[in-house]
Structure formats: structure tokens, C-alpha cells
Design a protein around this ligand. Sequence first.
Ligand SMILES: [Zn+2]
Length: 553
Amino acid sequence: METPNVNITFLGGLGEVGRNCTCIEIDGKLLLIDFGVMFPDATMPGVDVILPDTQWLAERGADIVGLLITHGHEDHVGGVVHLLREFEVPLYGSALTMGLARRKVTEARLEDRTSFQILNDGERRRIGPFDVEVLPITHSIPQSLCVVLHTDHGVMVHTGDFKLDSHPIDGRITDLKRLEELQEDPGVRVLMADSTNADKPGWSASESTMRETFERRFPEWTGGRLVVSCFASHLHRVQQICDVAIKEGRTIFPLGRSMVNNIRIAQELGVLDLPHRCVDSIEHLHMYEPGDVCVICTGSQGEPNAALSLIARSEHPDLSLGAGDVVMLSSHPIPGNEISVYRVIDQLTRLGCEVVHDGQEHVHTSGHAQRDELRHLYDIVRPEWYVPIEGEYRMLQRNADVAVEAGHQPDRSVVVLDGTQLTLDEKGLRVTGHVPAPYRFVDGLLDDLGPDMLEARRRLSEGGFVHVTVVVSNKTGLVGHPEISTQGWIDTDKSVVVLAELEIEVAQAVRTSISEGKRLEDLDRVVRRITGRFVGNRTRRRPPISASVITVD
Ligand SMILES: [Zn+2]
């Protein structure tokens, strides 16, 4: 019997940072690796998140044997609820990743559509026809996994997100020894590696180097409140901040929904080690002296509804800051978030706080491998084929260059984008197809926001909208004046003359059309065309325009 080919289909994460999803196919069965979200930019009004598209999976729901989640970041696990609404799929991942996924699934009441399968470091397990081994790998959230797939056509390695941290907080280092063994026997055919920091030279600083900053700065701040903001999922950062703050005699107050939840889940799983007596709830904050508190909160990316933004706008019910208080942003703005982050810093500074951030101090280190780390991994794995994943196109390309610099054959570095299908067989790895992989926009309860609707929103946000109502009698033609209503186009009180001119133009066009014998059904189009032209000429705007033509006897 012929050995079935191995197909790899990229549904997200190749060409953008976020919505990561890789689908592996063997013998007609599908294993998904990650199903994450991406966050919208300013050109996507009203969009909450962007998901991998599932059109291609729609007819193959019964073939999906599992979703393996490499780690608990939103761009890898964030779409799980949306996936489960469409398909019943068991979830696989480390204990922490499964804990975080379980909270999402339980909140959405979808537990009966899945199961949570915990994979331990180094474990090898069959999932349908897939022979899967998972290895510990370091990143900016604990318990991240590197996926090794043993197939009839050889070994494939998928790094997930990673950095090579030789001194991680939990001592759980990347299993480079096992990867080296695999390279020696039986050899690695395909390596898919994180491209996020492929542009950055050197080696990322170890997470453990953060402690030195906290130990040096925290004792300088006495008497005032200390507020530290970081990603709620960055539990090793949270651990170090709490350790040093507790040593300085402060009590920890988690603030922000995801911070409170993640700390609780991590404590339950033993990922976070915090003495219960050193943690209190934010409602009790007023009972403490300012110098005795350390608030650890969300909002380090300037998200407008997160705790730090509320504090900065003096809108938080339990915490108001002022002179003598210190805020540390233990983070780096994700490209695109700079304006929001600096707005928050500005507001906090106006309140009189001292603000310490990444621009001034070593308060953050990245969770993604830089060039020397990628090179080191490459040298250990020495794959036959190298496929950069997770990044915008230039990052993928730069990642491919790392392998070539290490002596890899250029035609065996495969730089492809979302929607590409690759096939691995005895001859090698090659592109064999393309599937649809457009952005799938989600707006709250509206699960699917098509590109047309998004375009309409964009136009609404730029020029408002205009509606024209015309009443026409079958016997006497136009009745009264056309009525113009608008939201956000012009100020109707101040622009009476412009509106009157538009009324006259529309009225004339309607009368002409009727006298030319145009059918009433066509009037709607005439009204919209005349209005659009007028609005464009007078205000250089192109708002959506709608019309109602009402007929009376
Ligand atoms: Zn990550």
C-alpha cells in the first residue's frame, strides 16, 4: 500500500502577527495546531477580533481529530470558542494552556463540544493517525510546547512561539537535547519556526534579568502606591514582580479581569507561587497605607477599557493615583499600539505619578527568538526543509535568510503565506495548492462581518451617512420637497443652505426623470446618484447614501 502524503495547510499567521493556525493532514484526517485571534487596527471599525477563516474546514468537520494548542496566548488559543461553535473538537495542550482554554470554553458554555487533554513535557501520544511528541520550549508564558510530528515521511517540528532562555524562572528549559537526538536519528525533514523577531540581531535577554531591575527600583519607592502593568498571561513576570514587592513589605492587589483570572488559575495549577496572606482583593485597597500596596494590573498596551487606562483617566472606582505614586509598565508597545500607550503614560504623568517604562529602563524582554537564537535552533535541528511561520511577510523572509546564512540550500527555504498547502512525500516538500484564508472579522455577537460591511463602516466613519426620502404621486409627480436626513455628514442646523440646494437638485432630477417616462423603480437610483454627486462635489466626502421613494396615488 502506498504511504499517504502529509499535507500542511496554513490558515493563519503567515503574513500577519496573530490568528495562528496550521492544519496538518494525514490519511484524510486533520490536526489543527493553534487557533488564535488577531486584534484589529484603526482601519477596521467595530471589529473585536480577526479569526482564521474556516470555509475550507467547513465540509471536513468530521475529519478534525483535535486542536493542539502550543501555549496560552490569545493569538494561539483566542479563537477556540469560535472553532467549537462550528466543530466538536478535543483540545490538547499543557496543563496551563488547558486551564486557560477551559475558562473560555466554560464561559461560553461549550464544554459538551470538547474535552481537555493534558500533554506533559516529553510525552508522545497518538491522536488519530498522528504520532505527536511535545517538548518543553521557553516563551513569555509558562508551559509552552514545541510540537514534533513523527510521520511515515519523516519528522516535522513546529516551534510555536519561542525564545531560547537558558535561565527561565521555572527552570524548564527548551529541550534542545531531544531536538539534537532527532536530528541525528532519524533526521528532521521540516522545521517550522517562529519569525516574529527574525529582524532583530542578537539574543533576547533572559526573563530572569528582569528581577535585577525590580530589586534595584522597588526599594527606592517608599510611601506611595506601586502599580505595575504587564500582560496577564506573563506569569513569570507576575511572579518576579510579586516576589520583589512582597519582600518590600507590600501586599499584592491583582486588578483587571484577565489578571485576576489568570493569577487564580496559575495559583491553582501551582504555576504561580504566592502566599495567600500576601494577596488581597482590590475592594480592600482603601484599608492599606499607600506604601504597603502593589497593584498588578492589565492595560500595558494602552487598551482603552483595561484597568490601567481607567486609572489614568481617573475613572477607576477603587484606585485613584496622584503625586508620590509610581506606575511601571513592564512591557513594550506592540507595533501599532504606541499612540495609545503614550496617551496613558501622559495621563498618568499629569496625575503627578512617576511613570517608568521600556523607553527608560530594562523593564521588559521579548518572548520571541532573535536572529542568533533562530540560528542556534537551526544548527541543532538541521532540517531538510525550513518553513518560517508566525510573522508578517518581511519577518518570514528574514527568518528564511537566517537558515540560508547557516548554510541551508536557498531553494529549501519555503516562504509562503496564508492559504498555502504544502505536501511532504519521499521526494520532498512542495507547494501543492491554495485554499481560501481571508480575514474573518468578528464583532461581538455578529459572528461574521463581511468585507462589504467593513467597507461601509469605514466610509461611515469617514463621512457619516445621508438618507433622502422622496414622495411621488402616480398622477401628479413629485409631492412636496425631498427630505434629507444625515448623521455625521454636515451639521443640519448650520448648513441649511447646502441642504436646500441639495433638495432643489434632487427635486429637479426627479421631475426630469418622470417627464422622460422613467419608471418609478428607477427613481431610487436617480436620487442616490444625484445626491452622491452633490455630496462629493460640495464636501469631498463619499458617505454611504440611501434613498426611499414612496409612491402615493
Ligand atoms: Zn506567544
